[in-house]
Ligand binder design. Structure first.
Ligand SMILES: Cc1cc2nc3c(=O)[nH]c(=O)nc-3n(C[C@H](O)[C@H](O)[C@H](O)COP(=O)(O)OP(=O)(O)OC[C@H]3O[C@@H](n4cnc5c(N)ncnc54)[C@H](O)[C@@H]3O)c2cc1C
Length: 318
């Protein structure tokens, strides 16, 4: 598998990650953004963003994020869609693992936001990594010719269900609400011969044994009785408001509320690793705050990598 070396690896392509990339790219640092999905972060799902300075009050979060991403790319950022499942921050080179390849950076930036959730379904944490997964791109191939279930109705759930149809013999798609009427991808998915859509249905529990997941119990709203589905894998795509840090382990310090601990320069407790945006569990979760974090980290990274004593400003002089 491909290994790519660069100066700065940024995990997460929200306003925090894109702003940081804009500044590090402009400082001539080879920068890669690894972003799980540009449509599922907090800004991407914001219907209308009326309080980001300098842009139309009618603008959607998705449109603003596209502008930010394009601006970073214009200055040289290598933006890639990839879900990070692990990092190793020991030593001068920080290693980042994705199904698409391994990335090594002299500086690592954590910017995955706070749309995560604790495992909440019965059996979910017991079978995590033994049939329960949050990444079809990473684990889908293990389920070739087998039955699996997907839980969730957001864009990520829909895209990941599409991925699973390439491998699984049948995908049970469980949604507590119906997808939106104008969601063409969801419509296409429901028509797929390998997909069984369980509309208005709740996941009650995940069953298994020493070998991993054996099935799930679900309850369709229109039925009196619950159903037992025999599946080998369950992919959960529900969002919440917990910092997304599962891929980091205990390699940086966390606050009691789950946010990453940083200093004034957005530096974590691990040298060469920064954390920006909602992953810090900031009291004021706003796009402009996330962008500001990204700028601060980028300038600190430039100073760190170039052994500068002072921060170099990013002004265009007339
Ligand atoms: C419904 C809603 C409405 C909001 N309205 C406003 C508003 O009007 N004004 C305002 O200023 N703020 C608003 N906010 C808050 C604002 O959107 C957030 O504070 C801001 O987006 C945080 O930026 P971020 O870059 O830290 O995280 P995010 O925007 O959440 O971006 C995180 C990125 O990381 C990626 N990611 C996650 N896990 C991985 C992984 N393992 N590997 C690779 N990539 C990963 C995600 O796909 C995503 O692209 C709103 C938030 C929500 C949820």
């Amino acid at each position: 598998m491909e290994t790519i070396e660069c100066d700065v690896v940024i995990i997460g392509g929200g306003p925090a990650g894109c702003t940081c990339a804009l500044y590090t790219s402009r400082a001539n640092l080879k920068t890669v953004i690894l972003d799980k999905n540009p449509s599922v972060g907090a800004l991407a799902i914001t219907h209308q963003i009326a309080n980001y300075p300098g842009v139309s009050t009618e603008m959607s979060g998705d449109a603003l994020l596209s502008l930010m991403r394009d601006q970073a790319i214009e200055y040289g950022t290598d933006y890639r869609r990839a879900q990070v499942f692990g990092v190793d921050v020991d030593g001068d080179w920080k290693t980042v693992y994705t199904p698409e390849g391994t990335f090594k950076g002299r500086a690592l930036v954590l910017a995955t936001g706070a749309m995560g959730r604790p495992a909440s379904y019965k059996g979910e944490s017991d079978f995590l990594g033994r049939g329960v997964s949050y990444c079809a791109t990473c684990d889908g191939a293990f389920y070739k010719g087998r039955e699996v279930a997907v839980v969730g109705v957001n864009k990520e759930a829909i895209e990941e269900t599409h991925v699973l149809t390439k491998f699984a013999s049948k995908v049970h798609w469980i949604t507590s609400n119906d997808p939106k009427d104008d969601d063409l991808e969801a419509k296409e998915l429901i028509k797929h011969p390998n997909v069984r859509h369980w509309s208005k249905t709740r996941l009650l529990q995940i069953d298994g044994n020493d070998g991993g997941v054996t099935g799930i119990q679900i309850k369709p709203r229109a039925q009196e009785k619950q159903e037992l589905l025999q599946v080998d894998g369950v992919f959960v795509y529900m969002s919440g408001s917990k910092p997304i840090t599962d891929f980091i382990g205990d390699q940086v310090a966390f606050k009691e509320d789950g946010g990453v601990v940083v200093d004034d320069f957005m530096s974590t407790t691990s040298e060469g690793v920064w954390a920006i945006g909602d992953i810090r569990n900031t009291p004021f979760k706003q796009a402009v705050v996330a962008a500001s974090d990204g700028c601060i980290a980028a300038m600190a990274i430039d100073r760190f990598l170039n052994s500068r004593k002072a921060i170099r400003v990013d002004w265009v002089h007339a």
